[in-house]
Ligand binder design. Structure first.
Ligand SMILES: [Zn+2]
Length: 265
């Protein structure tokens, strides 16, 4: 073959390899827990699912199965149990349940670490406080979660935290290219201005020590969206009582106009 053709062939192989490595979904379906055990885990562990009617429960189950078929979940120094997989699937579906065509195009794999880790994914040593993280650079398309935080997120019914939902809201936020607390596919153009103003007001309340919202939400707009969404999906009644305007706004963001029901965790 002439040199040009060889070079072209090598280039094509390289591009195909890179695309497969970084951007593609797995081609063969990933084996699932059986559907009875998915249904059992959803009905015992996931309050959002428990409160849906039968038709919506069927739709929710299908979305979880689709997510689990297309996203690898890998344990790092831990065993991934069926409950973990279903909890991760549920965390992915909850924020976008009212958007039937949503696909997480920016995620291929979830890595599950047993406990907290640090910014460099070290699992030992001091200063390990990270419970979850959406990767950048070489970790693009990867989410890292603490198994302990994942389970606590669904089992602790009195806090306002759910690490996995927090991380999936970051992915939703990231879909338009800017991690800025304004996911364009969910926040209409009309809503963007009032929502940004509301975020700033709420952040300054947190900074003054006058809010029950997790202070981490005052870090920036993106963290505010993620933290407020955890509260919204975990403790909707409490959020509605304490922050009715924020509740109404999040209802507009996570529910398309014309959808029937408010999500309730
Ligand atoms: Zn965050």
């Amino acid at each position: 073959m002439p040199f040009g053709a060889v070079a072209l062939l090598i280039l094509v192989f390289l591009v195909v390899w890179l695309v497969r490595r970084t951007g593609s979904r797995p081609k063969t379906p990933i084996p699932l827990p059986d559907s009875d055990s998915i249904a059992t885990i959803l009905s015992t562990e996931i309050r959002f699912y428990q409160k849906l009617d039968a038709d919506n429960q069927t739709a929710f189950r299908r979305r979880v199965i689709h997510f689990l078929q297309t996203t690898r979940i890998t344990g790092v120094n831990t065993n991934v149990e069926e409950t973990d997989r279903v909890m991760i699937g549920a965390s992915a579906v909850i924020p976008i349940f009212r958007f039937p065509d949503w696909e997480y195009s920016n995620l291929n794999e979830v890595l599950l670490y047993p406990e907290t880790f640090d910014e460099k994914f070290r699992q030992a040593g001091r200063g390990r406080s990270v419970l979850g993280m959406v990767g950048n650079g070489p970790m693009q398309y990867v989410m890292v979660l603490s198994q302990h935080a994942l389970r606590e997120g669904f089992r602790n019914k009195t806090d306002k935290n759910n690490t996995a939902i927090h991380e999936f809201v970051h992915l939703v936020d990231k879909t338009d290219g800017d991690v800025d607390g304004v996911p364009e596919e969910l926040v209409s153009h009309k809503l963007a201005g009032p929502w940004i103003k509301m975020m700033h007001d709420q952040i300054s309340e947190i900074r003054k020590g006058q809010s029950d919202i997790n202070p981490y939400g005052a870090t920036n707009q993106s963290e505010f969206l993620a933290v407020a969404s955890e509260y919204f999906f975990e403790r909707p009644e409490l959020l509605k009582r304490k922050h009715p305007e924020l509740y109404d706004m999040l209802e507009k963001i996570f529910l398309r106009p014309g959808t029937k029901k408010a999500p309730q965790a």
